[in-house]
Design a protein around this ligand. Structure first.
Ligand code: PRP
Length: 207
C-alpha cells in the first residue's frame, strides 16, 4: 500500500486526477470535502488530504510514503526527503513585490512581509542586504499598503492580486511548480512501488 499526502485545494485536485489517470484510482477521493483519508486496497493506494504547507512534514516523518508539494513549500521547510519529479503543475514564481514606483535606496533595514521567512532570509543574505522579516500567514499584499512593510516576498501566479492592489514585481526569486516527493526510508523498503509510481506519474506530465 502506498500512502500519499495530497495538498488540499485546487492543485491537489489536479494532482489527484493525475494519480488516478496514472493507475491509482480511488472512489470518492474528489467528492467528499470533509473526509481526510481515502483508500483503494485493490489499487494499492491510500490518500490523505493535508494542508499544502504540511505535506513535507507527513513525508519526512514517514506518515506518507509519497506527497506532492510546491517548490516554494519545499524550499521554505527544507525537509529531509527525496524530490522525485517535477509534475509541471501549479506553476508560479516566488517574487519580491512592492507598491508601484517603489525603489529600495538601500540605506536602511528593508522591512519584508512574507509567509516564507527562510526563503526571504536566504535571498537577502545572498545579496548582503539587511532585512527585518514580518511573518504573516496570508493576504501578504496588504502589508506594504498599510506601511507595515516596504516589500513582500510571495508567490505570484497570474499577477492579478498584485495588480488589484497597485503593487508590482521588483525581482524574481525562483520559478515554482509542484514536485512529487518521497520519504527516504520508504524509498528503501518500497523501492519497486515508488519507482513504478514515479514512472507512471512521469507518463502523465503535460497530459
Ligand atoms: C497566493 C499568493 C498571492 C496570490 C497570487 O495567495 O500569496 O496572494 O495567491 O496569485 P495571483 O498572482 O494569481 O493573484 P493565496 O490565494 O494562497 O492566499 P493567501 O492570501 O492566504 O496567501
Amino acid at each position: 500500500m502506498l500512502n500519499i499526502a495530497l495538498p488540499k485545494g485546487r492543485l491537489g485536485e489536479r494532482v489527484c486526477r493525475m494519480f488516478e489517470a496514472a493507475g491509482y484510482p480511488c472512489p470518492g477521493v474528489l467528492e467528499d470535502q470533509r473526509r481526510l483519508v481515502f483508500e483503494n486496497p485493490a489499487a494499492g493506494v491510500r490518500y490523505f488530504w493535508v494542508k499544502p504547507s504540511d505535506v513535507p512534514i507527513y513525508v519526512e516523518r514517514g506518515a506518507a510514503d509519497l506527497g506532492v508539494a510546491g517548490k516554494d513549500v519545499l524550499l521554505e521547510a527544507e525537509p529531509d526527503l527525496y524530490e522525485l519529479l517535477d509534475l509541471e503543475l501549479g506553476r508560479c514564481r516566488m517574487a519580491v513585490a512592492a507598491p508601484l514606483g517603489y525603489r529600495d535606496d538601500g540605506d536602511r533595514t528593508l522591512r519584508v512581509a512574507t509567509k516564507y521567512p527562510r526563503i526571504a532570509d536566504r535571498y537577502y543574505a545572498g545579496k548582503g542586504r539587511e532585512i527585518d522579516i514580518i511573518r504573516l500567514n496570508g493576504s501578504i499584499e496588504l502589508a506594504p499598503l498599510l506601511g507595515l512593510s516596504d516589500v513582500i516576498v510571495d508567490i505570484v501566479e497570474t499577477g492579478t492580486t498584485l495588480k488589484e492592489n497597485d503593487l508590482a514585481v521588483l525581482e524574481e526569486v525562483f520559478p515554482v511548480s509542484a514536485r512529487l516527493v518521497a520519504n527516504k526510508a520508504s524509498t528503501k523498503f518500497k523501492t519497486a512501488e515508488i519507482e513504478q509510481a514515479a514512472e507512471r506519474m512521469k507518463g502523465q506530465i503535460g497530459r
